[in-house]
Write a protein that binds this ligand. Structure first.
Ligand SMILES: Cc1cc2nc3c(=O)[nH]c(=O)nc-3n(C[C@H](O)[C@H](O)[C@H](O)COP(=O)(O)OP(=O)(O)OC[C@H]3O[C@@H](n4cnc5c(N)ncnc54)[C@H](O)[C@@H]3O)c2cc1C
Ligand code: SF4
Length: 596
């Protein structure tokens, strides 16, 4: 056995000879929250994370200017980020046969691959197969929360009770009233910035100071109000007033988290290590083992209950076992489904928790691509202001299929947008001319652009699923996922409406529309994959109950986005954490009562 030592508030070794109260697989938003809640209840928890622990601040170099980097942020030769056309023209595994030494998802091409080359997985080691899919994975302590976009939204009963509202799919086994107290706890513990709007479709959080809107955004907000639509400052999972946490600072409004794929070196933006895991370690109840890839939930051959987890050390490739009274899977939606499917035994021949046959199915996410760009004439020539010195722009919540009924599609979409001066005036690349006149034109127009892009609900459908590829394995010999997933007509019609509605809103506000994008981005682009082990009241058609507890195995919980019954159109991370908090409180109670 190798003992991993780590640098945090205190040093601990993972003793694999003992039986922990709980073993948690994965250290992102879901696993971090499980670790926080369970350790605060006094439980002894082992957290297994497949990735490494890196010095994240020196990796992100949040305040580095492009000209301070020898390659303007690009990774050294030999690194490649997959492009939009590659995703669509080729089929996965995308890195197969690539001449590049390292291949990353498209996020690696976002304003500097050098900053994420140790954060995103190298697709050469982590292949997947099947239908086209842009799968973005971050394997390190904290997972994708190290670079997430920070938009932190609640779901409403339009989402939890979607079937009741429009007849499609399934209702969730909870309603907004069940989860509201846990959203509140997440807000207070982690901090969220935003502005109250009193909307039924997007409940307010317990907000800290909001970001200021730019002049263009205020203009659009006023115009949208006359259409009964709302533009609200970006609801950022960022503490603007500060929280009681010695690992985090309040936001200084440096906008650095928007320069590249996320990341905040003073941790004002939530990330799982500083927000959840280090404080959990301070309780003395958490043991962390990184470089530990779980590949099977082990079962007791007499009872069929979970007895622990088998994992491979990512560095020495040896296999170990961790023993626990309760197993909590939180490896992210797709990896969690993979782990359940990999865990076959006499009692669970289709994979653990899969007597319904629904593990891997009802896979959903958000569809994106359509958007609009405009020019606000009054802002041309305006003196520069620090518009990007904040952790986000604005959000336009869903307005379709609330009171109205659209003829072409069910459910809805919201828009994420931004405007004003940015670090690099991107429009310079499209501005004609040269010399002094060119520079003058670029400067004059730099603060006058506004744009927004839609995020729409992809319907949960049984036909969209992942399973294990019988032939292909990853670099550690573990079978990989095979995708069977594509957008339906509902998503395509919704996207047509997104582009038209975006244009209509800009025109109504007097903004000159200079570009309308109608193209749909590849499946997976939203990085909001959900629903592969859904909750429900009926064990025949769902995998988990309302506490994310397996219907089949009562000491097995799956606390990430795989449990979501539908995708809604709101970004999922705040809901993932609120649900995990609720389930882990229930778990701790049940364990104390001897019910697990
Ligand atoms: C660029 C970007 C922008 C985003 N923007 C937003 C946003 O604005 N708003 C929003 O709500 N969401 C956003 N997201 C999505 C958000 O990051 C995820 O919803 C969130 O991180 C999900 O948490 P998770 O714990 O389920 O998964 P992750 O954060 O991915 O964590 C899972 C962890 O499990 C580990 N793991 C995987 N398999 C195993 C295994 N077999 N054994 C052990 N460990 C394993 C992984 O290494 C990882 O550390 C964004 C993501 C990215 C990448
Ligand atoms: S704007 Fe705030 S959240 Fe973003 S990097 Fe700066 S301090 Fe961090």
């Amino acid at each position: 056995m190798t003992l991993i030592r780590f640098k945090a508030s205190q040093e601990q070794d993972a003793d694999l000879s003992i039986t922990y109260d709980a073993v948690v697989v994965g250290s992102g938003a879901a696993g971090g929250m499980a670790a926080h809640v369970l350790t605060s209840q006094g439980m002894k928890v082992l957290l297994l994370e497949a990735g490494k622990k890196i010095d994240i601040n020196s990796e992100l170099r949040s305040m580095q200017w492009p000209y301070d980097h020898p390659r303007r942020g690009e990774a050294p030769p030999g690194y490649h980020a997959i492009r939009f056309n590659e995703y669509n023209v080729r089929k996965p595994p995308y890195a197969k046969g690539s001449a590049f030494k390292h291949v990353f998802s498209y996020v690696g091409g976002w304003g500097g691959s050098d900053y994420v080359k140790n954060i995103l997985v190298d697709e050469k080691n982590h292949p997947y197969t099947g239908t086209k899919y842009a799968w973005v994975r971050a394997r390190l302590l904290g997972g994708k929360t190290n670079i997430w976009g920070r938009l932190a939204l609640r779901l409403s009963d339009y989402d939890f009770k979607g079937k009741t509202h429009d007849g499609y799919g399934e209702d969730w086994p909870i309603s907004y009233a069940d989860i509201e107290p846990y959203y509140d706890k997440v807000d207070l513990y982690l901090g969220i910035s935003g502005h109250k709007e009193n909307l039924r479709q997007l409940p307010d959080s317990l907000f800290q100071r909001p970001n200021k809107l730019t002049g263009s955004e205020v203009m659009l907000r006023k115009s949208l109000a006359t259409m009964n639509r709302t533009l609200t400052p970006y609801r950022a999972g960022v503490t603007t007033d500060g929280v009681k946490n010695k690992y985090r600072s309040k936001c200084f409004g440096r906008g650095a988290c928007d320069r590249r794929p996320g990341g905040c070196d003073i941790h004002a933006a939530f990330d799982s290590p500083t927000g959840l895991i280090y404080p959990a370690m301070d309780t003395g109840n958490l043991t962390l083992r990184t470089n530990s890839t779980a590949h099977e939930v082990l079962v007791d051959s007499n009872t069929g209950k979970a007895r622990g987890v088998s994992f491979v050390d990512s560095q020495n490739h040896r296999t170990y076992e961790a023993k626990a009274k309760v197993v909590i899977v939180a490896a992210s939606t797709l990896e969690s489904a993979r782990l359940l499917l990999l865990s076959k035994s006499r009692q669970h021949p289709n994979g653990i928790g899969n007597s319904s046959g629904h593990v891997g199915h009802n896979f959903c996410e958000h569809v994106m691509g359509p958007g609009v760009t405009g020019l606000v004439k009054d802002m041309v020539g305006a003196p520069p202001t620090l518009d990007d010195g904040k952790p986000g722009g604005f959000y336009v919540p869903r307005f379709r299929n609330l009171e109205d009924k659209q003829p072409g599609f069910v459910r809805g979409y919201g828009f994420e947008g931004g405007s004003g001066f940015s670090l690099f005036p991107r429009h310079a690349l499209d501005t004609p001319g040269f010399g002094g006149q060119f520079k003058k034109s670029v400067r004059e127009h730099a603060g006058a652009f506004i744009s927004m892009g839609g995020f729409g609900e992809v319907l949960a459908r049984y036909e969209n699923y992942v399973d294990l590829d019988p032939d292909v394995k990853d670099a550690w010999g573990i079978p990989v996922l095979r995708f069977h997933y594509e957008f339906s007509d509902n998503e395509k019609k919704m996207c047509e409406d997104m582009a038209n509605a975006g244009k209509e809103m800009f025109e109504a506000a007097g903004i000159e529309v200079i570009g309308v994008d109608k193209n749909i981005l590849t499946e997976g682009w939203s990085i909001h994959e959900l629903g592969t082990a859904r909750m429900g009241n009926d064990p025949k058609t769902s995998v988990l109950n309302q506490f994310q507890q397996s219907h089949d195995v009562k000491n097995l919980f799956v606390v990430d986005g795989s449990s979501h019954v539908s995708a809604s159109c709101q970004n999922p991370t705040w809901t993932i954490m609120a649900l995990a908090w609720r389930s882990c409180e229930h778990l701790a109670d049940e364990l104390k009562r001897g019910n697990l």
